[in-house]
Design a protein around this ligand. Structure first.
Ligand SMILES: NC(=O)c1ccc[n+]([C@@H]2O[C@H](COP(=O)([O-])OP(=O)(O)OC[C@H]3O[C@@H](n4cnc5c(N)ncnc54)[C@H](OP(=O)(O)O)[C@@H]3O)[C@@H](O)[C@H]2O)c1
Length: 311
């Protein structure tokens, strides 16, 4: 089968389209035939070796930790999946990933693919959707009547977070540059903030929760936007707890893992018409270097999907 692997950490030149055997599955694994995978910033962060201290990977390593596809084989101990089931997953980041024609996954990391969308759209959801859910629903515990600020509302995570927060009944402001205004407004935001022309402090009314998807100065500038008791949840770096406490607010940090129960919830929302995946670009497996370049540019709109094979 074809797989995009790295044999060493490095720049985009280390991405290698290799011909390798279809993985053997253990009794407690399923083999998924990949229809589509998606790109997340963590893919090129792993490729570059930025996570090597935290998570040493064995080389060669197949990148990619989002998939939508069809179960092609099940191990002898697997009871919940059958050959032919359409599934989607954000599998374990410590193992070989999904930029390949087949991937071996633990059955508990798979969920039924949403029925009403394509595999390309479904592949765009798991990692970014779990992240948005864990940050906004589980950590910030956003509820009806609250006000929330989502940074990078046009990005993979932000475009889903806006929709989750709106579905919970909250009012949402979101940042992006002006060229993404129409997209972000189409997701239902109550206030669009062009971060290239606006000072946050002057533009945004106090909020109950901030979703920090950028870090650094953006996280820093967001503390003063919180109401007393409010929370800033970051997916970039753990907020300074002492600083938060001194201001009478809270900080939270999320680093996600596989979470099939949340994938079931997201699938229900998609099939119920309450969540819409945003796929901004689609590439073939062979064009992986271009796909990484777009993600690394910081200018991607919605999600970048890799089309791997026929449904
Ligand atoms: N901790 C975790 O578990 C976890 C999980 C998922 C992602 N992450 C991290 O979260 C970050 C976001 O991920 P993602 O997939 O959403 O990224 P992404 O899709 O690549 O984000 C791109 C978007 O960010 C916007 N943007 C860039 N700079 C901005 C700024 N200063 N203010 C507002 N918007 C800005 C861009 O809009 P414009 O072009 O309009 O500027 C673009 O649409 C990444 O660093 C990723 O590694 C962490």
């Amino acid at each position: 089968m074809k797989a995009v692997r790295i044999h060493q950490y490095g720049g985009r030149e280390v991405l290698s389209l290799d011909e390798i055997p279809v993985p053997d599955i253990a009794p407690d694994e399923v083999l998924v035939r990949v229809v589509a995978a998606s790109i997340n910033p963590v893919d090129w962060k792993v490729r570059a070796g930025y996570l090597a201290q935290m998570m040493p990977h064995r080389m060669p390593l197949t990148l990619g930790w989002d998939v939508s596809g069809v179960v092609a084989a099940v191990g002898s101990q697997v009871t919940q999946w059958q050959v032919g089931d359409a599934v989607y997953s954000r599998p374990d980041l410590a193992r070989n990933g999904t930029y390949a024609e087949f991937v071996a996954i633990r059955p508990g990391e798979c969920a039924r693919k949403p029925r009403t969308i394509s595999h390309v759209e479904a592949a765009s959801l798991p990692l970014a959707g779990i992240t948005a859910w864990e940050a906004m629903m589980d950590t910030a515990r956003v509820r009806a009547g609250q006000r929330v600020l989502v940074h990078a509302g046009s990005g993979g995570v932000g475009s889903l977070a806006i929709q989750l927060v709106k579905a919970a009944g909250a009012t949402v402001a979101a940042t992006a540059s002006g060229r993404n205004r129409a997209l972000v407004e189409s997701l239902g935001v109550d206030q669009f903030v062009d971060y290239t022309t606006t000072t946050l402090l002057h533009a945004v009314e106090p909020v109950d929760a901030v979703f920090d998807t950028i870090g650094g100065e953006v996280q820093e500038a967001s503390w003063s936007l919180l109401k007393p008791g409010g929370i800033q949840v970051s997916i970039i770096s753990p907020p300074d707890e002492a600083r938060a406490a001194a201001m009478g607010v809270r900080g939270g940090f999320v680093f996600i893992g596989p979470n099939a129960p949340v994938l079931d919830k997201l699938a229900g929302m998609v099939d119920g018409g309450r969540l819409r995946p945003i796929v901004g670009a689609e590439f073939a497996l062979e064009d992986i270097a271009q796909a990484h370049a777009l993600s690394e540019s910081g200018r991607a709109v919605g999600k970048i999907v890799l089309y791997v094979g026929k449904p």
